[in-house]
Design a protein. Structure first.
Length: 475
């Protein structure tokens, strides 16, 4: 469970912003674009067309979800093939009539006894932490998201984005969110393992490649490095450490032990970030979560570095590295000032020059920046309106209008809404995700305009965000 200081800080943030959202503006932004403010998601779904309009895109669903075979291996659940799990787990039941079909004909030597042992282990793991929202309407959503997230964290801490071959890599960004979700649900050891993988993969200059092979052997291709990775790694380290209270001698010792384990990752990222920042306090242009080449600095690169530098100070101070902690505070202040000066005049749009906003507008609010940037909340409300799609949000306002909802951004905004006092909007976005999962309850990357789940399922980033949103609603 989180420390008293962390819990109090979140409550203060939420209370301070409740008045700002009392008008219901954010709830209106959470509703489908074709419905007026005040409508409900139930109204929206009832009026949804039977099929997607011709202008809307169709994308195949890669798989229905993931499961654990009796031999402990991760397997894809084929679309259209019902899967039978042992109760309360993601372990496949070898007694099911279609067991061989789910395994796509692959032989597995262990049988029911081995499957039951794996299932008992999963249940024990769930019981060792918390399932946010576990006694309410989101109980199944939370439990399956948590089990899927654990399934996608491989031995050694490799948190893969998904199990489709095209997604079976570790993105530092996705892994950072997975680590925070694991920590906030009481699985700090797993969270530290995820960050340990990032520490081993980290480049000598403190930065990261865009993604890594899960065996730790390096990147799978030559795509450009993404600067925001070092910010997300530092941010996640601080958030994970915040889940360890320092209330007594025993927990203080545990907190110190974890801080010392995280410190090398954070110190390298800090030193590299300080070297990277220019005289204006800003980093150079880099690809960000859009995964495309950039010649102009984006908010999606600058804002995570500020978040990371703020958290780096806490981790390094807890590890006893006071000199670097002071450096982190100074760098965070300078980067924050520079980011606000560059992006606030344009309403925290993707580029400093203004224009369309994207999901990075959320990164200058809680739970990312300790103090929200001036004007950030209004900009975030505007971004939610710009990004609306029939059933949720797209990654950006200027994103192609193909009717597709992206669950990473929809779940991210649910979390940010919950952290900033608008529980109603958070639940509206969570309802969208809960309603449009796959046949086995996995959260897909995309939801089509007709409500069909699409692309990879589950997606670890979306699963993590859902858990974080539900956790925030309970705090």
């Amino acid at each position: 469970m989180p420390g008293d200081d962390a819990r109090t800080a979140r409550r203060v943030r939420r209370a301070a912003l409740c008045a700002a959202v009392a008008t219901g503006a954010l709830v209106a932004a959470a509703l489908p674009v074709t419905f007026p403010a005040g409508a409900s998601l139930a109204d929206a779904r009832a009026a949804a067309p039977e099929g997607a309009p011709a202008r809307y895109a169709t994308v195949e669903l890669d798989q229905a979800g993931v499961g654990i075979a009796p031999d402990g291996s991760v397997v894809e659940i084929p679309v259209g093939e019902p899967a039978t799990f042992l109760p309360g787990t993601r372990v496949l039941d070898p007694r099911a009539g279609n067991f061989a079909a789910v395994l796509d004909g692959r032989e597995t030597a262990p049988g029911l006894a081995a499957a039951r042992a794996l299932a008992a282990e999963q249940r024990a793991w769930l019981g060792s932490g918390t399932v946010p929202g576990g006694d309410g309407p989101y109980a199944d959503l939370a439990r399956t998201a948590l089990l899927d997230l654990r399934t996608l964290v491989l031995p050694g801490g490799a948190a893969v984005a998904g199990w489709s071959p095209y997604w079976r890599y570790v993105w530092p960004r996705d892994a950072a969110f997975a680590a925070v979700a694991l920590a906030r649900t009481g699985h700090v050891d797993d969270a530290v393992a995820v960050l340990g993988f990032l520490a081993r993969a980290q480049e000598s200059d403190g930065g990261f490649e865009a993604r890594y092979l899960p065996d730790g052997s390096g990147p799978p291709d030559d795509r450009a490095r993404q600067t925001d990775g070092r910010g997300w790694a530092m941010w996640a380290a601080g958030e994970v450490l915040a889940e360890l209270p320092a209330a007594d001698a025993g927990t203080r010792l545990l907190r110190r032990t974890v801080a010392l384990e995280l410190a090398p990752l954070v110190a390298r990222a800090l030193d590299g970030t300080v070297a990277l920042l220019g005289s204006d306090g800003l980093p150079p242009a880099s690809p960000d979560y859009w995964e495309r080449s950039e010649h102009r600095l984006t908010l999606g690169t600058a804002a995570p570095l500020v978040a990371g530098l703020e958290q780096a100070a806490d981790v390094l101070a807890a590890a006893g590295d006071d000199e670097r902690a002071a450096t982190a505070r100074q760098a965070a202040d300078a980067a924050r000032t520079a980011t606000v000066a560059a992006f606030a005049p344009g309403g925290f749009a993707r580029y400093a020059e203004g224009g369309s906003r994207d999901a990075a507008t959320a990164f200058v609010l809680a739970p990312f920046w300790g103090t929200p940037a001036p004007g950030a909340h209004d900009a975030w409300l505007a971004s939610a309106v710009e990004m609306r799609r029939p059933l949720g949000l797209a990654p950006a306002g200027e994103w192609r209008d193909d009717g597709i909802t992206w669950t990473p951004q929809t779940s991210l905004y649910a979390w940010v809404a919950a952290e900033n006092g608008d529980d109603e909007a958070a639940r509206a976005w969570l309802d969208t995700i809960a309603t449009h999962r796959t046949s086995v309850g996995a959260i897909p990357e995309k939801v089509l305009a007709d409500g069909s789940p699409a692309a990879v399922a589950p997606l670890s980033w979306s699963s993590a965000n859902v858990l974080l949103a539900l956790d925030a609603l309970e705090r």
